[in-house]
Design a protein around this ligand. Structure first.
Ligand SMILES: Cc1cc2nc3c(=O)[nH]c(=O)nc-3n(C[C@H](O)[C@H](O)[C@H](O)COP(=O)(O)OP(=O)(O)OC[C@H]3O[C@@H](n4cnc5c(N)ncnc54)[C@H](O)[C@@H]3O)c2cc1C
Length: 412
């Protein structure tokens, strides 16, 4: 539990330093999920997945390697399962089994930190049934294995970074999201000792569930770090613009802080309420993790809305860094984009660009879809919400005695 709590604190601290996704957590969550599920698979089926996994994990830890947590498949037609797709490669699957390993084909999309990682931990994206047996594969692949291709994602503002526009990038050292890549597997051979699930469809649901819970629990840590930066940027900007003392401004900044801390409490709570899995590895409280991520899909956007409100329209209309530095017109940009006399206009411009970078384009998409789109959390919240128990509580207080429900009535 203590480790889970420390992870949340670390995520917040890293969010504060980078103002973006900093890429490590998804691999950690994959490691934790696979470890506990491998233990349970071995116990049921007398396989040796945990021993293989522990050898690989020891190597990862000794070499201090970075791992991509590769769950999300392209998914093609979302109304059909993996085995019913017109193109079977829309989900990663085994195309050949050999005595010494398996050959896999397909792709994983949105792979955070892919291009700066060393290893890819491939996991199925959804619970699978018997007919999708070839899709039930968990394995570790070095990023430079033959047949692996990465295609880097395009983010808002990366052309500004390419041209070394330090001010206009807003946050020149870091991107808008976590350096995501498409990772394609074109018949990649994986040796047996790196395969941690092969066909055990009955464990795929559990694996996705545990990975998603660990990953959803993170978002109140990392995104609170980003919200800290955004709140600080807005706080300083209101000082520069002479609005900082107005009561509605202070109230909106209070709301930004409140929303950030609400998310943080949720992350700390699901870590502090963690429980051990049969393997001994701890799992966060899954209900609280889903609530945490669901709130991130809303509150981060609300914080951004308040930031844009307090910043003003110059976020969208500011002339470029080239104009600021131009000898003919630079003085006009400085003059008309200045605020209070004591603070240089360049501070206002830099902070404006930082807020632009952290509220626009690709910056917020991760809060919506990373670790699963909002509906994925709502499904879990209702499933784990124990509505029957809540109904019993209400009935007890209202003085309604328990009664036997007839079968036909229950069906209705
Ligand atoms: C910045 C970023 C980083 C990410 N990093 C990683 C990573 O490192 N590793 C990883 O594995 N994944 C990663 N993801 C992927 C993330 O988990 C997915 O984006 C998320 O699960 C949603 O999947 P999707 O993007 O395919 O959207 P979709 O699943 O297509 O969802 C889009 C919308 O369609 C709805 N929908 C989906 N299916 C159905 C259906 N059958 N019927 C009706 N409605 C449906 C959803 O509810 C949602 O509203 C990352 C995503 C982002 C944005």
């Amino acid at each position: 539990m203590d480790d889970l709590v420390k992870k949340v604190k670390l995520l917040r601290a890293l969010g504060q330093k980078t103002g973006t996704c900093f890429q490590r957590c998804v691999g950690w969550d994959g490691i934790n999920a696979v470890y506990s599920v491998a233990y349970e698979m071995d116990r049921k089926n007398k396989t040796d997945y945990l021993e293989r996994f522990q050898k690989w994990l020891t190597y990862i830890q000794e070499e201090n390697l970075m791992v991509v947590g590769a769950m999300t498949d392209p998914k093609g037609d979302r109304s059909r399962g993996p085995a019913e797709q017109a193109d079977p490669d829309q989900y990663v699957h085994i195309v050949e089994r050999r005595p010494d390993g398996v050959v896999i084909r397909g792709a994983k999309l949105h792979m955070t930190g892919g291009v700066n990682s060393h290893e890819i931990l491939v996991m199925p994206t959804t619970a699978l049934d018997e007919k999708a047996k070839d899709y039930a594969v968990v394995c570790a692949i070095p990023v430079n294995a033959p047949g692996v291709t990465m295609i880097f994602g395009r983010q808002t503002g990366d052309d500004r970074r390419d041209r070394k526009e330090r001010i206009d990038s807003g946050k020149p050292s870091f991107g808008a999201v976590g350096g995501e890549a498409v990772i394609a597997f074109e018949d990649v051979f994986v040796p047996k000792e790196r395969v941690f699930m092969d066909g055990e469809t009955e464990f795929t649901g559990l694996l996705v569930y545990r990975f998603a819970a660990h990953h959803r629990a993170n978002y109140g840590g990392c995104k609170t770090g980003l919200i800290d930066v955004l709140t600080g940027a807005v706080g300083y900007l209101t000082q520069i613009q002479g609005t900082g003392k107005a009561s509605h401004v202070r109230d909106k900044i209070t709301e930004m802080i409140h929303l950030g801390e609400t998310l943080y409490s949720s992350s700390i709570a699901c870590a502090a309420e963690g429980t051990p899995t049969p393997s001994g590895a701890f799992l966060v409280d899954t209900m609280l993790a889903n609530v945490c991520k669901q709130n991130v899909t809303r509150y981060h956007f609300e914080v951004a809305r308040l930031a844009v409100d307090l910043a003003g329209g110059f976020l969208a209309t500011l002339p470029s860094e080239y104009d600021l530095k131009n000898e003919n017109i630079g003085h006009l940009v400085k003059k008309y984009f200045s605020g209070v006399a004591e603070i240089p206009a360049e501070d206002r411009i830099k902070i404006g660009r930082l807020i632009e970078a952290m509220t626009g384009g690709t910056a917020l998409v991760e809060s919506m879809h990373g670790a699963g789109s909002p509906q994925a959390q709502r499904v879990m919240i209702l499933r784990e919400g124990n509505l029957d128990k809540k109904i019993q509580l209400a009935k007890a207080l209202a003085g309604i005695p328990p009664r036997r429900v007839k079968k036909a009535e229950a069906r209705a």
